[in-house]
Design a protein around this ligand. Structure first.
Ligand SMILES: C[S@@+](CC[C@H](N)C(=O)[O-])C[C@H]1O[C@@H](n2cnc3c(N)ncnc32)[C@H](O)[C@@H]1O
Length: 249
């Protein structure tokens, strides 16, 4: 492992089959929701960070939105590029750590989707991601996050779980550290009888905490929902959608 706290370097190459688990219907619903909540229109500039294999970026590009997709995984970006080319879509891909992006007043909207937040050991690094997203937006630009809700995880805690993703079976063993609010997992990926084990650690947030962090980053008009039906966030909301706006000044 590169550095014990930089678990994502080893984890995400094995994670690739897990993308297959998300039904196209669910992705399409999120895409429609992003278009609505971020007021996206053809020609607008949108930052998808991190973008993975382009699950969200590709359908948005098909709607004529001008996408920049950032991810640190070269193989994911290459897959996104191949799929974009096959569909005759243009998407700018950037290989970068989400803490290190340096855009300023460039995007009409941005998103961080599918619990792609809280990966860093230092809280200041998680905060830095919000600040970088804020900086990347034009005044009036809108930002949406979709991530696991800490309150749901602690009240429905699953110490062990398993699922299949394509030809891969995935077993997870998870602990929750109440001192740090970090979920520590050991994931076993088994394919063709070969097992790969990886550790991961995600800082989980409750809505009120993240709202404070978003405010500290500079966002205003913060709204949170427990589903794309705009239900309120409570302990039964598995995911949270949190929206913030960069002031026009
Ligand atoms: C759960 S996936 C979500 C991807 C995409 N947002 C989606 O909804 O399909 C998390 C993504 O974060 C990327 N990632 C992990 N650590 C990163 C980092 N430090 N900087 C940039 N991307 C990172 C992974 O490569 C992976 O594509």
């Amino acid at each position: 492992m590169k550095n014990q706290s930089e678990w994502w370097h080893e984890f995400f190459p094995s994670f690739r089959p897990v993308f297959e688990r998300i039904p196209a219907k669910a992705t399409n619903a999120i895409v429609r929701h992003l278009i609505k909540k971020l007021n996206l229109e053809p020609g607008m500039k949108f930052l998808d960070c991190p973008c993975g294999i382009g699950r969200i970026a590709l359908p948005l590009a098909r709607k004529g939105i001008n996408i920049t997709g950032v991810d640190f995984m070269q193989s994911y970006l290459e897959e996104l590029e191949r799929r974009a080319k096959n569909r005759k879509l243009k998407i700018r891909t950037v290989k970068a750590d989400m803490r290190r992006i340096n855009y300023q007043n460039e995007f009409h909207a941005a998103a961080n989707i599918w619990t792609s937040f809280g990966y860093f050991d230092k809280e200041s690094d998680n905060m830095l991601v919000l600040k970088k997203m804020y900086k990347a937006l034009k005044p009036g630009g809108r930002f949406l996050m979709l991530l696991l809700n800490r309150d749901y995880v602690v009240s429905n805690f699953m110490a062990k779980d398993w699922f299949t993703a394509g030809n891969t079976r995935v077993f997870t063993e998870t602990e929750f550290d109440y001192r740090t609010s970090k979920m520590k997992g050991r994931w076993h990926f088994v394919e063709d009888g070969i097992e790969k084990k990886h550790e991961m650690t995600i800082r989980l947030y409750s809505y009120h905490e993240l709202a404070i962090m978003m405010e500290r980053a500079g966002f205003i008009d913060i709204e949170g929902y427990g589903s794309i039906k705009d239900e309120p966030i409570n302990k039964d909301s598995n995911g949270m959608l949190i929206l913030g706006v960069k002031p026009r000044r």
